[in-house]
Design a protein around this ligand. Sequence first.
Ligand code: M6R
Length: 601
Amino acid sequence: MCGIIGYIGKEKCIPKIISGLEALEYRGYDSAGIAYIKNNKVIIKKEKGKIINLKNNLNFDEETYLGIGHTRWATHGEANKVNAHPHNIGKWTIVHNGIIENYAELKLELLDKGYTFKSNTDTEVACAKLDDLYKDEKDILKTLKKATTIFKGSYAFGIICSDDSSNLYAIRNTSPLIIATSDEGNFIASDVPAILNYTNKYILLDDCEIAKISNNSINIYNSSLEEIKKDILTFEGSMEVAAKNGYEHFMLKEINEQDKVFKDTINFYFDGTIDSLKNNFSFLDKYKKIDIVACGSAYHTGLIGKYLIENYANIPVNVEVASEYRYKKCFYDKDTLVILVSQSGETADTLAALRKAKDDNIDTLAIVNVIGSSIAREADKVIYIKAGCEIAVATTKAYTAQLAIFSLITTYLGFINKIIDEYELTNLLDDFKKMPKEIKKIIDDYKKYFDIADKIFKNKQIFFIGRGIDYAISMEASLKLKEISYINSVAYQAGELKHGTISLIEKNTPVIAIATDKKLYEKTVSNIKEVKSRGANVILVSNQLPDDKFYDDLILIPQIHPILVSILTIIPLQLLAYKVAKNNNCDIDKPRNLAKSVTVE
Ligand code: M6R
């Protein structure tokens, strides 16, 4: 969370920094700020709220060629102008993404030395510490090297020292940071989209490395201050992916891309033959147990993955939220594969869970969207989903692409473990081919789901129920709705309602009941009737056409193999969540208090 950018070059820096911040706004949008050097003086401007507030108070024509910028997701101290970055103490001005865990201890020490602080942030403390270290070291690189041994936690810093107005500096630990290079100058940024208007050539800075960047040179040093060579990478995407292309919101655009994303993800690993699956997934053959670890929606895809792999491949799967897994006793062994699922590849808890498994010598596989992200780089193996750049904070297309990967893995393991026979395999392969069209048809029917949204958007709470895989889908549908509409929504196992939650059901309470698993259909229908008889407004989401009218609205899901059904089921519910949020005038792409990439614990 938080986005940082810096530029030094031949061209004026303010337009470049603002354009970079706009591309990084998905990482946080509580406040924004910029620091630049003009006539050898550091000037800082910051504003509470979104980047537009900062932008309106800047002169884009300012003669300044070195600057750093920040868009914040508050961790220490409320979201106000004082706590906004950049922070400045003495000769040092910095922007920061991450959390300095030992900041309280450092602050006491610095207060004793006479430092005073305006903000409540850990960043201002880090800035003071740099100033303090510089008094002894008297050298910028040595100061930064020392700082990397003192700061605990996660950080990516963009740094200006007023003693050197010809260079921009950066250090990082855990939080992502790239350095990009172009003929007109060089950049630092939290993520690639920030620089794509100017260049697609970049270097990944690794933990504890120090970067010194001028308008025509980039020098990287290791923790012994020896200069090291780094590969210059080329990003193959384009900035067009980060445009709304006529859609009112990125979320709607991304929902509409799901037929293509499914196709791209599947086609990358599967040419219609089992041999292609063998080529890509035979490394999985040796594992007898799987742990899937992730956060948020990625955790929900893991729950579906568990259901599929256990039922179709007969391999036990344990799914855990990463923030719990990283601290719990794990019962894994050499036969276990730990699968980390993450769109961004930077989620701090998921990255920590990966490192824990690696420290214990357990094999790891990452299912990731962002190429070259920390989780992708550190896992033993990586399977990239092909979702492209996802901007909306609420994930849709990346979720679908993660499910596509679990469907492929299940098909492969199910076949080699002889649970899926040749006949079923042939049908399943046909269904994989049908999927993009089916996804498209559902998206084109959006008006149906929008009409249902129009009936329920004023409700204060909305329940989702389901059994088995349908419960896992309910969890994602409920998260999608609540994170963007702020309506309290909870998902329950359909059979569990009568043990307490049913007391919350009153006349017209919306209950969205998912029933796609044929084996459990009748059981779920009984639970639906229980809520219906207590006045609930039931929206049934099913691939069965019921004889009897125990529901108020029906979302009919097309017939498809059960390995693929969850993908078709979530899409109407994404559209429904979108319309509920739109009717409530919510900020759909940037819901309050959230950020796309959660790089703090
Ligand atoms: O980048 P990741 O997939 O690791 O992110 C995990 C969650 O933070 C993410 O899925 C979050 O729950 C989304 N806001 C859901 O829409």
